[in-house]
Write a protein of this length. Structure first.
Length: 225
């Protein structure tokens, strides 16, 4: 994994032992793979498409490698578990909160010392976005996104909405199935007028930020206030 290039996001420090923050990688930078558990090998082997298997191996080994650096241990010593809702946690480090995301060859790890945290990464690409929009957006959000995408021929506004809601609901502990329409995202974030704001889900509030490590990549980070 020595060839892995790591990019700090959201003002995070360079990745080293004892640090917390958010770090991004592009899988195209990988020339080798690292440690995987038997369960992770089985997860990879269930995938039929060879390119998806390669991406999954890169994602699973890269996220463990980044955590190993931050925790100051070998890759094989990093244990990643999930609760009944599928939220990841580190059983050996209950003082830390962790969140992961991947899209294609891109991936991101968020490690937080206190607050519940959610992170999401998306590549701006041509997708069937209208059915997805109806799943996550309020009527007002749908109207604005549809008008903006049609006017600008650009899916950035939709994918900003998607990544923000995904990040918030990961911090809530449910993911998008937990009620994306109830996650309220500041309009200025969706419009690209600011990179930071305060989001809400029912009675909970979250610090929400967007970063763009590459022109075609959007990363959203949510931390419970």
């Amino acid at each position: 994994m020595d060839a892995l290039r790591i990019y700090p996001l959201f003002g995070s420090p360079e990745l080293e032992s004892g640090t917390t923050g958010v770090w991004y990688w592009n899988g195209a930078d990988l020339s080798a793979v690292g440690f995987m558990t038997d369960e992770e090998h089985a997860r990879v082997n269930r995938l039929v498409d060879a390119s998806r298997r390669t991406q999954m191996v890169q994602y699973l080994t890269a996220r463990r490698h980044l955590l190993a650096i931050a925790l100051g241990v070998d890759d094989a010593a990093v244990s990643i578990s999930h609760d009944v809702a599928g939220v990841p946690f580190l059983p050996e480090r209950p003082d830390l909160r962790v969140s992961f995301s991947a899209c294609g060859e891109r991936g991101v790890v968020a490690l937080h010392a206190n607050a519940a945290t959610g992170v999401d990464v998306e590549i701006v690409r041509d997708i069937q976005w209208m059915p997805m929009l109806s799943m996550i957006a309020t009527p007002e959000e749908r109207e604005w996104i549809q008008e903006t995408v049609a006017r600008e021929s650009d899916l950035h506004p939709f994918l900003r909405l998607w990544t923000c809601k995904e990040a918030v609901l990961k911090a809530v502990g449910t993911g998008l199935r937990g009620g994306a329409m109830r996650a309220r995202i500041p309009q200025m974030l969706l419009q690209g007028e600011t990179q930071i704001g305060i989001a809400a889900f029912e009675e909970q509030t979250f610090d929400l930020s967007i970063d763009t490590p590459e022109p075609d990549v959007i990363v959203a980070l949510a931390s419970r206030r």
